[in-house]
Design a binder for this molecule. Structure first.
Ligand code: NAD
Ligand code: GLY
Length: 370
């Protein structure tokens, strides 16, 4: 099928010879023209999971059949708890069983878990093969499919093993969001919300006006949100691809959030839920550090709540909850010689990386957990 629609939006990720486009529109993945710009190859491998495969694999397979002589599919178990070495190996098994060579193109069809694992497999199979992100969750469309962070979890810490490896193309089909469970849509909204306080207060205002439309999956609202989030992420990643500084701001709420995910056991709290409660904690910390006023925290809390996200973190340890959070957060990748560094809001629309006294962090955790 040829693509001749005028409402296709594109965002450019400008990274010299690793540059690529994000294409955004409803009803998109079935158009074979989309994939014309990809390098020539005879084989493609679609990596997806047990939930997404029955919904969209056939459509993508049909489009790819116009370009590749062989299109194979590997279906992974679904869930954050499967973001492991064991599951990653299923991708390598499929690649080897099908005799895939260095030109084989991998297509990550699914949410952030499939995208992160497929990207890591692409980064390492035969020391690197091309891959394409076809994100089917809101979270993956606004964040995880863009910017080249790939990897898997370790039982002791989130996303601890991985590589920076950019895709060749990102295809955001807004129609795939129609089948997303409401809880997953809310989780995606956490990553949408974060872009306001860290970079764009006008976007935060737009979110305050448009939250109902987003929750109702209005396509125009979703298109605007996905495009604006990708533009901000492109701006950040274009300056700091490997997170030597600026890129850390995209982790607003994540230091607390990753501790929640690891502390509860992967898959119990969704990533976006951890980020939702984590953003509230990070905002409270920013206020205690004298960087924002109470009104800003109230405003952020209201947006998180309207998105259907938890405002309070779980208790991870009844005996010493704050101690358990601190222990987990010391493993955060932003920690420097054991000192935790938090993404804080340094005035509305601006973020910074700061350390904070343990006593202050304990206070925040005590105030913000159930
Ligand atoms: P996910 O991949 O687990 O997807 C959520 C659920 O929705 C899954 O059950 C999935 O099968 C299902 N699903 C996916 N698309 C669907 C659709 N269209 N219709 C119905 N169901 C669908 O979770 P996620 O929220 O997409 O991603 C979270 C992961 O992303 C975490 O592992 C997180 O660490 C990672 N992440 C990575 C980055 C990055 O920069 N690489 C950024 C943010 C998050
Ligand atoms: N999601 C955070 C990053 O891409 O850096």
């Amino acid at each position: 099928m040829s693509l001749h629609y005028s409402d296709l939006q594109t965002v450019d990720i400008d990274l010299a010879d690793r540059s690529y486009l994000i294409k955004i529109r409803a009803a998109l993945i079935g158009f074979s023209d989309l994939y014309n710009s990809l390098p020539a190859a005879t084989t493609a491998l679609i990596v997806t999971n047990t939930t997404v495969a029955p919904l969209y694999a056939q459509c993508l397979q049909g489009a790819l059949a116009d370009k590749y002589a062989q299109v194979h599919t590997v279906v992974l178990p679904d869930g954050e708890e499967h973001k492991t070495w064991q599951t990653l190996n299923l991708i390598f098994d499929a690649l080897l069983q099908h005799g895939c060579d260095r030109k084989t193109v991998l297509f990550a069809l699914g949410g952030g878990v499939v995208g992160d694992m497929t990207g890591f497999a692409a980064a390492t199979y035969m020391r690197g093969v091309p891959f394409v992100q076809v994100p089917t969750t809101l979270l993956a469309q606004v964040d995880s499919s863009v910017g080249g962070k790939t990897g898997i979890n370790h039982p002791m810490g989130k996303n601890m093993i991985g590589a920076f490896y950019q895709p060749q193309l990102v295809v955001c089909d807004l129609s795939t969001l129609d089948t997303l469970p409401q809880r997953e849509l809310s989780a995606g909204l956490a990553e949408v919300i974060k872009y306001g306080p860290i970079a764009d207060m006008a976007f935060m205002e737009w979110l305050e006006e448009s939250m109902d439309a987003l929750l109702a999956r209005d396509k125009a609202a979703l298109a605007h949100a996905v495009r604006r989030c990708c533009e901000i992420k492109a701006w950040v990643v274009g300056q700091d691809e490997r997170e030597s500084g600026l890129r850390a701001i995209l982790n607003f709420g994540h230091t607390f959030g990753h501790a929640i995910e690891a502390g509860m056991g992967y898959g119990v709290w969704l990533h976006g839920e951890g980020v939702g409660a984590g953003m509230v904690m990070a905002a409270e910390l920013s206020q205690r550090l004298g960087l924002v006023d109470a009104a800003f925290v109230v405003r952020l809390r209201a947006l998180v709540q309207r998105a259907g996200l938890p405002l309070r973190g779980p208790v991870l340890d009844a005996a010493d909850n704050a101690g358990r959070y601190l222990e987990l957060m010391r493993l955060d990748k932003k920690a420097d010689a054991g000192a935790i560094r938090f993404v804080v809001i340094d005035g509305p629309g601006r973020a910074a990386l700061r350390a904070a006294p343990d006593a202050m962090v304990r206070e925040v955790i005590d105030t913000c957990c159930q």
